[in-house]
Write a protein that binds this ligand. Sequence first.
Ligand code: SF4
Length: 466
Amino acid sequence: MGMTITEKILAKHAGKASVRPGDNIWVNIDILMTHDVCGPGTIGVFKEQFGSTARVWDPNKVVIIPDHYIFTADSKAHRNIQILREFVKEQGIKYYYDPDFIKGEGMPSPYKDPMQTSYKGVCHKALPEEGHVRPGEILLGTDSHTCTAGAFGQFATGIGNTDAGFVLGTGKLWLKVPPTMKFVFHGQIPPYLTAKDLILAVIGEIGVDGATYRTMYFAGEGIASLTLEDRMTLTNMAIEAGGKNGVCDVDEKTLRYVRKRSNIPQWEVHQDDPDAEYFSTHEFDLATMEPMVAKPHSPDNKDTARNCRDVRVDRAYIGSCTGGKITDMIFAANILKGKQVKVPTFVVPGSTEVHADMLRLNLRGEPKADGEKSIYETLMEAGCQMGPSGCAACLGGPADTFGRLNEPITCISTTNRNFPGRMGHLKAGVYLASPLTVAASAVTGKITDPREFIEQPIATGHAGIV
Ligand code: SF4
């Protein structure tokens, strides 16, 4: 019997020739990632269970990326950073991306130059940028959207602090092999759709528990036609359907990116066997799909942007690990160029690298020539409020968080979750949508199908990016 990508990776890391869905196995972990919210708790579990003088299993395989509560005066948030710093020093952890502008009390002044700080921004964007994501490996993280890295053909999933504390001490975890649901997309991605529309359509079809403890495998020529960054949006939101992990095939786009970035020279590419078994198969035709939204208060509350055209919005938000990548910024800037936003529109780069790219690239994603506008300038001139990179208001955070919904208002957002209170106020309503739809809605002040604004295809897939 054939195996899927996920089954092959898990079998290899368990030292077995094959595994089947439902098998319980011990696997060796390649990378464990944690951040400022869950890192202190994970360290606490590790010390409690392994002893106050214990050493982590491999200081080169633990990656710590503070990203959640960074630009805030909240003293507990600052204390978390301090705990991470002390642990990194104590354990000799090689890969730690310190928000070096946090010096003490009060609101930190953000980095002046995004390339001159050790801080990176959102962990799921920074992990591949910094060379920690490779096909065929197992990446665990104390964050539910760790599944993002499955876009690179690896097994990546979120775990809790208790499991992470165990992994810190042993480098192993006991896992049940998930069955795989296959989502096949036919056709090429049209200029008015992004991966966000695709994943909202999928979650709307199967529900927020439709893939519970299963692999979501995204396949077909439609997925091949996406940029690697856009594939990250698909796998990122696998968890919004309850998925254990999301995964895409490895192709030249993946290999080009990983060859350039990986800090380990070798990895293994797996493919589904022709006779691999699937829990279910779902087919979509990109030619018939429309720009989608998820209405408040659930990612599966799907509708088309067109159907929601009478919904007024008070705010637009472009950011997060789902919608703060450079391709997302290019999508948004191409809609907003030469226009003015009608509602307050907050823009948060997913990483400091995205921030730097926004400053140096034009709207085609190429290095800007003299006299050309950058992505950053275009968004600023459209009236957007520009923040430093990080999670920011994606998960609300302390009351002083940039872009946080502190009132019961309606927001259209490129983020991935819209449960009550997720972006701040319990009574705020959040519509999830693609960066194209969010930007179009920012211009009109109502939910707007981006086809009203797109004159020609937007180039995001050039070699300089992904
Ligand atoms: S950007 Fe949002 S979804 Fe992504 S890691 Fe941060 S809080 Fe989580």
